[in-house]
Design a binder for this molecule. Structure first.
Ligand code: INI
Length: 185
């Protein structure tokens, strides 16, 4: 049989969308910088004027899943990276926002088959968030790595799963088609 895993040396140009919450932007801007640094060091051009990465800003983490789902439905991207920072306050607001964001991002990915990376920090304090956004390490870097790995893995899986259909001269079931790739053919 076979082993499939994503690589970080993809030669085909991958396309990504980043959805970023403005709320707690002291943290989310740092996550974004970590993310861009990782993409750049893996040969992906993070310039918004280029043709590999689009950036979409939303008011807060709660709005992230709606936009991520819409982008995933377009099938223009190999992966979508969601960035946000939900920090505990004096009220239960944190619980409502974080639960909905986690569910929404999982649903967007599951319903569309497009990798949607959960890059939402959920912390008790601003200090904990900052530590994970550059002071000690930058999780933005890890989220970009996850996106590259999943993008590469899904491309491999799609072509492998499609191969038996092609051998029998059959067209692919819609669920295995990537409109982005079929546009090029
Ligand atoms: N949004 C966040 O991204 N992080 C938070 O910590 C946060 N808190 O705590 O309130 C937050 N709230 C805003 C929310 O995401 C929506 O933008 C708002 O409720 C409007 O829908």
């Amino acid at each position: 049989m076979a082993v499939f895993e994503g690589t970080f040396t993809q030669t085909e140009p991958l396309k990504f969308a980043l959805v970023i919450g403005r709320f707690n932007d002291l943290v989310t801007v740092k996550l974004l910088e970590g993310c861009q640094d990782c993409l750049k060091r893996h040969g992906i051009n993070p310039d918004p004027q280029g043709n590999q990465v689009d950036y979409i800003w939303v008011p807060g983490s709660f709005e992230v899943p709606t936009v991520a789902r819409q982008l995933a439905l377009s099938h223009r991207y190999d992966a979508i990276i969601c960035l946000g920072a939900v920090i505990k306050g004096q009220t239960p607001h944190f619980d409502y926002v974080s639960a909905e964001v986690a569910k929404g991002i999982a649903a967007a990915s599951f319903q569309t088959g497009v990798p949607v990376i959960f890059g939402i920090l959920t912390t008790d304090t601003m200090q904990q968030a900052l530590e994970r956004a550059g002071i000690k390490s930058n999780h933005g870097w890890d989220y970009a790595m996850n996106a590259i790995e999943m993008a590469s893995l899904m491309r491999q899986l799609r072509s492998n799963l499609a191969e038996p259909y092609a051998r029998h001269g059959q067209s692919l079931p819609a669920s295995l088609q990537n409109p982005m790739e079929s546009e090029v053919v």
